[in-house]
Design a protein around this ligand. Structure first.
Ligand code: TEU
Ligand code: CA
Length: 553
């Protein structure tokens, strides 16, 4: 038996709510549509928010709803200080925040500092300004290489596929310099050594903190700073399915200079009191390095993507959990746990894939190794019940509480992810995890709105997954999430510590306080003894394969 110490004593958690929190990600385009145009919006969210509170979670994180031409579903921001008309207006944002607080939910909003939309006023100014004028220094413009500068300035590629540079056409129609965009060409990267950029984000943070938000999820928190001289990058082999090595040893990700930005932001948040938090979306490896993002004077949390990537295998899970608690605990931060979000194949499908599927590539009709639905859901329920027993903070992505699978069969002409277009339809991208939620089995668009419109088509056959159906069924995935979150709170599992047990090959087992957790990741039933508190599937005196159970000790 080995004990992993809790990161912080429970007494400290009352002011530091985030240390043990369960945080629910709302993807505004797909949560609930108030005006029936087929795209989810803020009034839709406010109207349905009580269902999120009823899950028992502590907070919501909302993906971006700022002014945006929506070329990357809102991660291309044209104005951070206003709401896109598609989602509502600032009054709607205020109403949402107020309603959430009334329901006892903290509110985290998304902040996107690595890049802006090409429709942002700064980029419009830059495009119109002569080369080397100050307006252009807020971005990363360079001369091309080769004859007449016709080659990109270096060999970097966009995360969405294709080159990371686009050549501008000057106002007079001639070809000019190239600008850097690590994502879509409509998302020019900002130059973070420019004081305007630094100062403007200080103001933007204050703008939302003043409106009462409890924190920020920081997009691409491994980006922002690029290596001096922008050298070519030659990725190492064997980077792992989500970039692995590649992501941490690049001249554009994980540069030391980003930490200065987070220290600056932390000072601003701290000036609003201890309950405002920063959460890093930092794809950096290994975990010991990711821990640098959550040192005491930087961010509060970072998404544990290595955990998300860990296959459904007892040894791998155990190692990853132990390493996570050690790495984050080593800098005094809680570990986080996450299985799904708006960028990855939903775990009810991912855990039953039989072929390699690199993150962001997505799955569609022609992908190899498509998941077996029943097995995926069974494993997803078991994995979630495992996750919710771990000390630290857990993230849930909207729809996973309904056991939603990835929507594989979106027609080609309905796909919207820039990945799909930038790879000439080679990678399906992330649309399959972004389909609007089913609320009521018998309503148009399953109750997403009352018109039946939906920006991504919903699959046939989701009626049985609708929230109203699951609410009435004690064996539903929704009932499992509610029971698990309630029991997690009653037994203070988020503040707990973990003591591993050896119950044989393929069995993941530990004690956390007065709860014993057993996940059967083997192919054979495992005998159990004790009062069942929560189970991810039917249990008797044995727990079946791909099932997790919590027992009273
Ligand atoms: O994602 C950053 C990121 O690098 C990946 O998760 C990426 O989406 C994936 O590798 C695609 O292949 C963040 C947001 O979560 C994502 O939705 C945005 O598209 C991206 O930043 C750009 O803002
Ligand atoms: Ca709408």
């Amino acid at each position: 038996m080995s004990t992993v110490a809790p990161t912080q004593s429970p007494s400290q958690t009352s002011t530091q709510w985030w240390r043990n929190a369960v945080i629910y990600q709302i993807y505004p385009r797909s949560f609930a549509d108030g005006n029936g145009d087929g795209i989810g919006d803020l009034p839709g969210i406010t109207h349905r928010l009580e269902h999120v509170a009823a899950l028992g979670v502590d907070a919501v994180w909302l993906s971006p709803f700022y002014v945006s031409p929506q070329h990357d579903a809102g991660y291309d921001v044209a104005d951070f200080r206003d709401v896109d008309p598609v989602f509502g207006n600032l009054d709607d944002a205020d109403a949402l925040i107020a309603r959430a607080h009334e329901l006892g939910l903290k509110v985290i909003v998304d902040m996107v500092p690595n890049h802006v939309s090409s429709e942002h006023v700064w980029f419009k100014e830059a495009k119109a300004a002569p080369e080397d004028s100050p307006a252009r220094h807020r971005f990363i413009y360079r001369d091309g290489r080769g004859e007449n500068g016709s080659e990109p300035p270096n060999n970097w590629t966009s995360v969405f596929g294709g080159p990371a540079w686009t050549r501008e056409t000057r106002p007079d129609g001639t070809l000019g310099q190239w600008y850097l965009h690590l994502f879509d060409s409509t998302q020019p990267d900002l130059n973070w050594s420019h004081p305007d950029v630094q100062n403007d984000f200080d103001d933007i943070l204050r703008f939302w903190l003043d409106r009462g938000v409890n924190g920020f999820r920081v997009d691409v928190a491994h980006g922002l700073i690029k290596e001096e001289g922008l050298p070519d990058h030659f990725p190492k082999e064997g980077g792992g399915s989500m970039g692995g090595e590649e992501f941490h040893a690049t001249p554009y990700f994980g540069q030391e200079g980003v930490h200065e930005v987070w220290r600056r932001w932390r000072t601003i948040l701290d000036s609003y009191g201890p309950d405002r938090i920063l959460v890093a979306e930092a794809w950096v490896y290994p975990l010991t390095r990711m821990a640098n993002w959550v040192r005491p004077d930087e961010m509060h949390q970072a998404f544990n993507f290595p955990y998300l990537e860990t296959p459904w295998n007892a040894d791998r899970q155990r190692t990853m959990i132990t390493e996570s608690l050690a790495a984050f605990g080593g800098v005094g931060a809680p570990s986080t746990w996450v299985l799904s979000n708006h960028d990855v194949v939903r775990h009810a499908s991912r855990l039953a894939l039989t072929a390699e599927n690199p993150q962001g590539h997505g799955i569609g009709p022609n992908s190899p190794g498509l998941p077996i639905a029943d097995l995926g859901l069974k494993r997803a329920r078991a994995a979630t019940l495992m996750m919710l027993a771990l000390p630290g903070s857990a993230y849930i992505y909207q729809g996973e509480e309904l056991g939603l699978p990835e929507h594989v069969y979106i027609p080609d002409d309905a796909r919207q992810d820039p990945t799909w277009f930038r790879t000439n339809k080679e990678r399906y991208g992330r649309d399959g995890c972004r389909v609007p939620l089913p609320w009521e089995a018998a309503a148009p668009a399953y109750g997403f709105n009352d018109t039946g419109a939906s920006w991504l088509p919903q699959p046939d056959g989701w009626a049985g997954l609708a929230r109203d159906v699951q609410s009435a069924d004690p064996t539903s995935t929704l009932a499992l999430y509610k029971a698990a979150i309630r029991t997690r709170r009653e037994h203070s599992l988020g503040d707990g510590s973990l003591e591993w047990l050896d119950l044989g090959e393929g069995v993941l087992a530990f004690d956390n306080g007065d709860v014993r957790v057993i996940a059967n990741v083997s192919g054979a039933p495992v005998r159990i003894d004790g009062q069942v508190l929560v189970a991810s599937g039917p249990v008797s005196d044995v727990v079946e394969p791909d099932t997790t159970v919590w027992l009273a000790r």
